[in-house]
Design a protein around this ligand. Structure first.
Ligand SMILES: [Fe+2]
Ligand SMILES: [Fe+2]
Length: 153
């Protein structure tokens, strides 16, 4: 089994514990949507799409499990570290790359490492493109403009 598939099995099990059907569905749609977007963006930028996709699969897991978005990026990075240690899917360097992306993913107005930026852009891409009729959050407008330019949209 690929390690992405193994991680998804773990994440699926966690999400299936959410009792509210709408919240559970939204969580699946968002994590898989951001995972696909992260693969696309990483590939376009010549970065490791597997690590990008793995980071995306866990990036909001802490918020879904706890029911709160308070400091969810920082807490989520620690949760991801625990999961990756438990599943033994990554080496230390890969774990750092994934956890850094999750740690920084809510800092949409600043620029961090290239892989951190992949996850931020993938998150913004999914928030926006999952329903183009919705207004775009102010903190994601510049990212969306740059993504449209980068992808020739
Ligand atoms: Fe988030
Ligand atoms: Fe997100």
């Amino acid at each position: 089994m690929s390690r992405l598939k193994e991680l998804r099995k773990y994440v699926d099990r966690e999400l299936n514990k959410i009792t509210d059907e709408d919240k559970r569905n939204s969580a699946f749609v968002h994590l898989y949507g951001v995972s696909l977007a992260a693969t696309l963006i990483a590939k376009k930028r010549g970065l490791d799409s597997e690590l990008a996709s793995m980071a995306a699969m866990m990036h909001d897991l802490h918020a879904y499990e706890s029911g709160s978005y308070d400091d969810h990026a920082h807490k989520g990075a620690e949760l991801a570290r625990t999961i990756l240690t438990e599943l033994n899917l990554t080496d230390d360097k890969e774990t750092e790359i994934i956890c850094s992306a999750i740690y920084h993913h809510d800092d949409k107005l600043v620029t961090d490492s290239p892989m951190d930026e992949v996850l931020k852009d993938a998150d913004a891409m999914h928030h926006i493109m999952n329903d183009l009729s919705k207004p775009i959050k102010e903190k994601e407008q510049a990212r969306y403009k740059n993504l449209c330019k980068e992808f020739g949209l």
